[in-house]
Design a protein. Structure first.
Length: 258
């Protein structure tokens, strides 16, 4: 597939939104490729995983320099997600990655993940307030084991759909580490996404589901988009952008599921 101006434009628009809100990369890029460009879901996921790995590496460097990454949390998450990713890749390698059955399975998981992501953005504060009394009794050992289990779940879901490491990961960490600063929660989640998406992306590359020209087109547009979006983030209120993102995720997720 040659470089396509429409893919570059899509990368730019998604990068713009990510720069403004910090969300929406995988949750929008993969469904855009599937629904609007007719890219096979497996190819869309493969490209988006390496796309996320590249962009979140830069984010991790910034958070690392600002001392907003708890590497112990990152290690526990990766201790669950990386083995789970490897096993998930082994499982999906048994299927015909270019076949209609695989396309339907990935589309279904992707649609469900988009809807769960939108719900986590809408009800996160309410859910955390309800769970607070129970989570307040968690011991350090329980939190550690649940963090590893969270990594396992994210490893499976992200490998199949490329979605979930962001909003769902942050929500889980807020529950498990309520006393931790929000900046550290976000930084740790971004740092964990790097090995997760890198391993999953390399796995998809070996499975033959990564289109490098497509990936190059997306990155060509997204890098200036992220820069511009970051600059505009102070000018466009989050309360305006977040409802638009949530509504988009619900509509697109429903379209993929049904």
């Amino acid at each position: 597939m040659p470089f396509d101006p429409l893919f570059i434009l899509s990368g730019f628009l998604v990068g713009l939104l990510v720069g403004q809100t910090g969300m929406g990369g995988g949750a929008l890029m993969t469904p855009i490729l599937v629904l609007f460009f007719g890219v096979h879901p497996a190819a869309a996921v493969g490209a988006d995983l390496l796309f996320a790995s590249a962009t979140k590496t830069a984010g991790t460097l910034v958070h690392g320099m600002n001392d907003t990454v708890d590497w112990r949390i990152v290690g526990k998450l990766a201790g669950g997600s990386v083995p789970a990713t490897a096993l998930t890749l082994l499982a999906i390698s048994q299927f015909d990655m270019s076949g209609p059955a695989t396309a339907r399975m990935i589309s279904l998981v992707l649609g469900v993940m988009l809807m769960l992501t939108s719900l986590s953005l809408i009800f996160r504060r309410r859910f955390l307030s309800v769970m607070e009394p129970m989570l307040g009794r968690l011991t350090a050992g329980h939190a550690s084991r649940l963090t590893i289990a969270t990594g396992v779940i994210l490893g499976v879901l992200v490998t199949i759909s490329s979605v979930g490491a962001g909003a769902l990961g942050v929500t889980a960490l807020l529950m498990l580490y309520p006393k931790q600063r929000m900046s550290v929660i976000v930084g740790s989640d971004i740092a964990h996404a790097v090995p997760l998406t890198l391993v999953a992306g390399i796995g998809h590359w070996f499975l033959g589901t990564v289109d490098w020209a497509l990936l190059g087109s997306l990155l060509t547009g997204s890098i200036p988009g992220v820069v511009l979006g970051s600059y505009l983030s102070a000018k466009v209120p989050d309360r305006v952008l977040r409802p638009i993102l949530v509504l988009t995720l619900i509509l697109v997720g429903g379209r993929l599921v049904f």
